[in-house]
Design a protein around this ligand. Structure first.
Ligand code: GLN
Length: 537
């Protein structure tokens, strides 16, 4: 299959943002991979930040981290969870990155003599970034999702770049446009005009969409589909209905039913002699929709008003729940609202508690009170990154008796810096892309809950942090029952801590949530949910 040239699918959006281009791209990717094609999905983000790593989660939601250490848009998380293949630096491109490359080249003198302009220099750089993935020779399909909405000023260079590419790629490219068909209750009708206008906007930029995916709350009858086809110059079977689904994991099946993959293959002249194989996916969905039991766990963090800030964690919980035939309800609890006096009330009825990653001292004392309570009451606990660091601080204060113990992130002058800035971070001044990022190895001791989960002594997990367990206190912790069970042996960094006398108390410096997929739910999440189920019993 990989003999024929890589096909490029460009996904644009119109009418409004948040129509779910990421999920549609991931679902189409899933259908194509299930037919045996190799697929990667790329996101182009029209903002000027180099990456979302410097953005507040309230602005942007979660920052997803790839194996090679890119801080990226959360849609890349969906791509990995659906396709079960890893993304990389090349899969997320921002306007900031494009301009930075072009300006650096200009300073080096690469354009000597020329005026550097949006067209052709910026658009050429965009095209180069899109083609990088295809040129690896690894993919039959590169799906490129263009962030934002057509007509946005920021999106113009991207739209122009893909317009040019369509011709350069000679039949190996296709445009998929996602729009909204709203239902007007007063008129009792679905309205196609916004879609027509949105296609018109694309046409003004010289792009005729090949396929329209219409997001809708009500089924599109054949009259409406015919109308959209006629007024938007697309074939009738290229008007795809995308009904609101009860879970994102249903969308690949809805797209299959609508024939999105078939129309894409036909329009690219690919023989449709492959078969969609989604048995495993359907089993997962079946498990998700028919759980055998229910539990409620708490997620304690400071961005709980915006659940997108913890996207990968909530998806990893869903995956692990299905693996345990269990529906896991998550109570989102604001760490700033918890204190020693109300912690019991805040956590009543929970079968387990996960303390989330984070930065800065807002809400940290609430996390520490939470951990003291779950530790003393034998409630399953899973701490991720700052959640793990908070567990170390809590243990130092309340078991080692180091009342002033803290992370130097929260208090530079603490007399007991049980969490401290990493040596290589001390000289770092720039904030962007300078944390300890991406995959690092970790060795696990066999006598541990981590080993019981991974069934392996050597693992690799993704990171995003500057602070770290302070090894000066390691023996003290060990002697009083908090054990470092996972270590990066290269630089002796503690990656996992556990309390073996507790039913399930695991803190990890890394982010296991980034590696949980539908086909491969994460072993630590599976064991944690299992411990929560046992606790409920
Ligand atoms: N703020 C902490 C650090 O930088 C934890 C980071 C995180 O939770 N991702 O080490």
């Amino acid at each position: 299959m990989s003999k024929s040239p890589t096909k490029y699918l460009f996904v644009t959006g119109g009418v409004t943002s948040s129509l779910g281009k990421g999920i549609i791209s991931a679902s189409l990717g899933k259908l194509l991979t299930s037919r045996g094609y190799s697929v990667t999905i790329q996101k182009l983000d029209p903002y000027i930040n180099i990456d979302p790593g410097t953005m507040n989660p309230y602005e942007h939601g979660e920052c997803f981290v790839t194996n090679d250490g890119a801080e990226t848009d959360l849609d890349l998380g969906h791509y990995e969870r659906f396709l079960d293949n890893e993304t990389s630096q090349a899969n997320n491109v921002t306007t900031g990155r494009i301009y930075q490359t072009v300006i650096n080249k200009e300073r080096k003198g690469d354009y000597l003599g020329k005026t550097v302009q949006i067209i052709p220099h910026i658009t050429d750089e965009i095209k180069r970034r899109i083609k990088i993935l295809g040129e690896t020779g690894k993919f039959d399909f590169v799906i490129t999702e263009i962030g934002g909405t057509v007509g946005d000023i920021e999106a113009l260079p991207y739209v122009e770049a893909v317009r040019q590419l369509k011709w350069e790629l000679e039949g190996n490219a296709l445009f998929i446009h996602l729009t909204l068909v709203p239902y007007l209750a007063a008129a009792g009708e679905l309205k196609t005009k916004p879609t027509q206008h949105s296609v018109k906007t694309l046409l003004e930029s010289g792009i005729q969409p090949d396929v329209l995916v219409c997001r809708t709350e009500h089924p599109l009858n054949s009259d409406i589909k015919r109308k959209v086809a006629r007024f938007c110059n697309v074939e009738r079977d290229a008007v795809i209905e995308s009904m609101d689904a009860s879970t994102i994991y249903e969308v690949p099946l809805l797209m299959q039913k609508e024939g999105l993959d078939k129309v894409v293959l036909r329009k690219l002249g690919l023989e449709d002699n492959t078969e969609v194989k989604l048995e495993q996916w359907c089993d997962f969905l079946e498990g998700l929709q028919n759980p055998k039991q229910n539990i409620t766990i708490g997620l304690v963090g400071k961005y709980v008003e915006l659940q997108d800030a913890y996207k990968s964690i909530s998806e990893a919980i869903i995956h692990a729940g299905v693996k345990n035939s269990c529906k896991v309800k998550v109570n989102w609890i604001h760490s700033e609202e918890i204190n020693e006096n109300n912690v019991e009330e805040k956590l009543t009825g929970l079968s387990g508690v996960l303390v989330a990653p984070g930065f800065g001292d807002r809400g940290i004392e609430g996390k520490i009170s939470t951990i003291k309570y779950v530790r003393e009451n034998n409630i399953p606990f899973f701490g991720i990154c700052l959640g793990m660091q908070s567990a170390v601080i809590e243990y130092a204060r309340n078991i080692l008796g180091l009342k002033d113990a803290n992370s130097t992130e929260m208090n530079k002058n603490t007399s007991h810096p049980v969490i401290d800035i990493m040596e290589e971070q001390k000289e770092v001044i720039d904030k962007g892309g300078t944390m300890r990022l991406g995959s690092y190895d970790c060795s696990i001791s066999t006598e541990s809950e981590a080993y019981n989960s991974y069934k392996n002594t050597n693992i690799s997990e993704r990171h995003r942090h500057r602070f770290e367990f302070n090894n000066k206190y390691k023996t003290d912790f060990k002697n009083s029952g908090l054990i470092a069970t996972g270590i990066n042996t290269k630089n002796d960094l503690v990656e996992i801590v556990e309390i073996p006398t507790h039913p399930w108390f695991v803190g990890v410096q890394f982010h296991p949530e980034y590696k949980s997929t539908v086909s491969n739910p994460h072993p630590l999440f599976i064991r944690f949910i299992n411990a929560c189920i046992q606790h409920k019993k």
